[in-house]
Design a protein around this ligand. Sequence first.
Ligand SMILES: C[S@@+](CC[C@H](N)C(=O)[O-])C[C@H]1O[C@@H](n2cnc3c(N)ncnc32)[C@H](O)[C@@H]1O
Length: 219
Amino acid sequence: MAKTKLHKYERVKQLPNVTFSQFGEKTTPGSYPWFQAPFADMEKILELGCGKGEHSLAFAVAEDLFCVGIDIKSDRICVGAETAMAAGQTNVHFLRAPIERIREFFEEDSITEIWLTFPDPHLKNRSIKNRLTSPAFLDAYAHLLVPGGTVHLKTDSDTFFDYSRDSVEQWGGQIISSSENVHDDEGVILRGCGTVSAFDAEARSQGKAIKYMAFTLEK
Ligand SMILES: C[S@@+](CC[C@H](N)C(=O)[O-])C[C@H]1O[C@@H](n2cnc3c(N)ncnc32)[C@H](O)[C@@H]1O
């Protein structure tokens, strides 16, 4: 394994703005930092599969909200968490956890927006259930979102985009905004609109269009 990656695995453990999930822990959602003072009453936004957290950092420029970036890879989280520390951004935090366990960390009806930023498309038939817009994940998002809360998806994968639209509609959700090429679409203004993450940049360097949709999931 590359030395720089190993260093990040060590450094990230010391960062005060990173929480590590433990398997089998008995903690309740309310005990995590994002539900504690002084953040308890702030609007909450989640970025799932945040990687290096470029979107979370951009969202947290608005000081009246609290953003949590979640990823399973702590070396990627390390980059975002160290950037937040260096910039003095206290309203962004990172959680190293599998998204499959997201209900353990957040209370019901507590999240305003959930962002899926370039989720793995899981193109093989046997892994379709792992797509972040498959029914079990939509159930979890509906549980966490406040009434009227929204899910936002950015992806360069046509397969994932088309699947997500069908999955949301079959679930009974409502697509409220959609674009086939969001970076060139003046009709869609996104939160943190100029944000270009590592995977966004990679896709665009290959000439791929970035697709976007926003949807609601009323229970
Ligand atoms: C394609 S990358 C996108 C990263 C970042 N959002 C970006 O735009 O550059 C997908 C990210 O999702 C994370 N991920 C995939 N499945 C996950 C899961 N089940 N739980 C937590 N993180 C996951 C990966 O570790 C990876 O960092």
